[in-house]
Design a protein around this ligand. Sequence first.
Ligand SMILES: [Zn+2]
Length: 416
Amino acid sequence: MASTEGIFDLIIRNVRLEKQETLTDIAIRDGRIAAIEPAFRCEALENIDGGGALAFPGFVDTHVHLDKACILDRCSICEGSLAEAVRETAKAKAGFTEGDVYDRAARIVEKAITHGTVRMRSFVEIDPRAGFRSFEAIKRIRADYAFAIDIEICAFAQEGLTNEPQTLHMLDQALSDGADLVGGCPYTDPDPFRHVDMIFDLAVKHGVAIDFHLDFDLDPGHTNLPAVVAATERHGWQGRVAIGHVTNLSAMPLADVVTIADRLAKARIALTVLPATDLFLNGRGHDLLVPRGVAPAHVVAGRGVVTSIATNNVMNPFTPYGDSSLVRMANLYANIAQLSRDEDIASVFEMVGHSAARQLGTPYGMSVGDDATFVLLDTTSSIAAVREIARPIAGWKNGRMSFDNGRPRIHKMALR
Ligand SMILES: [Zn+2]
């Protein structure tokens, strides 16, 4: 137990911690959790009643595109295909200004904060169309919202490298100027294998992690995954590579998925599943019995792969919906994957929490001594949170309240 001498900055009383029956109090001093104890008998400058809410270390969004969010007003969607989404967004991107990217990204980040997200990896496209305008805007966003959320920036080649050598030089420059990691997209490059190698070369040069958009179709026979696994092992980059989408896993027999998951686990490559986008863009050729086209994240996680569920796009041709709520995304995944058992639902919560934090390599915990960064959810357990899409009530970062949604109140009629 921590020292109880002196006055604490803040005590949040009557909160529930995962897997604990009784309510407890959390005392905070100097931005850290100083004590966790039921009915804590100490003074604090401020006391807040948690009202029995679930306290947890917050949601972690491993994959979001802040730079191209909220552009439905300047794009048209006729086919609803991946090719059209890339094409329409590329057209819009040429017209992005730094201020425009900042304003749209701020809208998404503020929504994410009020939905209890405390950490986020944003891809930012840096190429001849976008220049460094989006990158400069998202760097300002990262600094301006650091009071509530940690944002890492992935310098991203959405539209190929071998066909646009200038992009490679621009990514190189961004990695020397504040980008945290590098991202590639082999499926839009005329030479996907060379693309993978070029991204690895950049990562090795700068000593950073890698995040690929990969195998975004429903053809199990068409894959760039073995190339990524081989390069990861060749460069000794185990634990520093993530892959997103990999929707062709949804078109494979379970035995094949298990084989691939075991290869990912061995190479310590993380998988991100993006249900909103994958559902919207896949299976367009089907008139009926449309496939879901979402990789079976729970199966892959069950084989020991670090697996997350993330937002990806909001209000653009890749995903013309969205509210940046990860608990809603977790619920969407559980629903389409037809999960019902408590242990499966618990694993889905991990994919927007602990497992997502592992993917980003960030600390994540609620013990004495940890940063006082946590969120209150209006529910009794993480399993109930996913099932019910629990409401985030309030959150703190390093002991400072970062958002407060209040509690809903029903104004009942007086009984006669
Ligand atoms: Zn993406």
